[in-house]
Ligand binder design. Structure first.
Ligand SMILES: [Zn+2]
Length: 241
């Protein structure tokens, strides 16, 4: 499954900020990049609308998702209000797409399980009844917008400035996507590894253009002794005497 992650704002659009300097465009880019790493490790394919600080119109974001044939669209933002009190996450879904709602519910549940106060899964409509958010309204696939926390709330702004909190948010978003999509089995990820033109007894795996090999099979084939240290949780490779 291919997920499009859409960090909001960026480039010339970087006016949304907290009272002590948090910039939404930068914070949500970092959260999205962390989410990408987690999803790739879980076997998802990931498309980013932006992976650096550039301006993109909303139609340009939708075009990237459509051209790259994404199966899901997840827009990542932090929230703002005119007074400092409001706090917590909100996940906005389509009023007209049950899969958008179930994806939103999975992400909202993961955020709550990570200890975040939640304002719930919500829909927001235009006067004509259509979905309010462009990225939800115009998507051809299940799409949602997650407001991770309020950068106008001083306590949440302080949290958003820490990498640990942005990692917690990314972990929850990735978990929600995994809960919605189920385990990913990438059919072409099994990579035979040949030594002297003979395959090792176990295949390697391809993740994100890097081949990972089962260390025991590979090292023993090369004449090394492999010792698993369960206490330190590490592998020792020992050369022959
Ligand atoms: Zn935003």
């Amino acid at each position: 499954m291919r997920v499009c992650l859409d960090p909001g704002h960026g480039g010339s659009d970087r006016a949304n900020r907290g009272p002590t300097g948090y910039v939404e465009a930068d914070g949500v880019l970092d959260i999205a990049l962390r989410t990408r790493t987690l999803l790739l490790a879980a076997g998802f394919e990931v498309v980013m609308t932006r992976d650096k600080d550039v301006y993109l119109s909303l139609p340009a974001r939708m075009a990237i998702a459509a051209n790259q044939k994404a199966d899901l669209f997840v827009s990542i933002h932090t929230d703002a209000f005119s007074s400092p009190q409001p706090h917590g996450c909100t996940v906005f879904c389509s009023a007209y797409d049950a899969r958008s709602r179930s994806l939103a519910e999975a992400i909202e549940q993961a955020l709550r399980q990570a200890g975040r106060p939640s304002r719930g899964v919500k829909t927001r409509l235009l006067a004509n009844g259509r979905d309010y958010y462009h990225v939800i309204r115009e998507a051809k696939v299940p799409s949602l917008l997650v407001e991770c926390a309020f950068h106008t709330n001083p306590a949440e702004e302080a949290l958003l400035k820490t990498p640990e909190f942005r990692q917690l948010l990314a972990t929850a978003i990735a978990k929600g996507i995994q809960a919605f999509a189920g385990p990913q089995v990438v059919a072409d990820a099994m990579i035979p590894i040949l030594l002297d033109e003979k395959p090792l007894p176990v295949n390697g795996r391809l993740f994100n253009d890097v081949t990972y090999a089962p260390v025991r099979a590979l090292a023993e084939a090369l004449g090394l002794t492999v010792v698993w240290d369960a206490k330190l949780r590490l592998v020792r490779l020992i050369r022959p005497e």
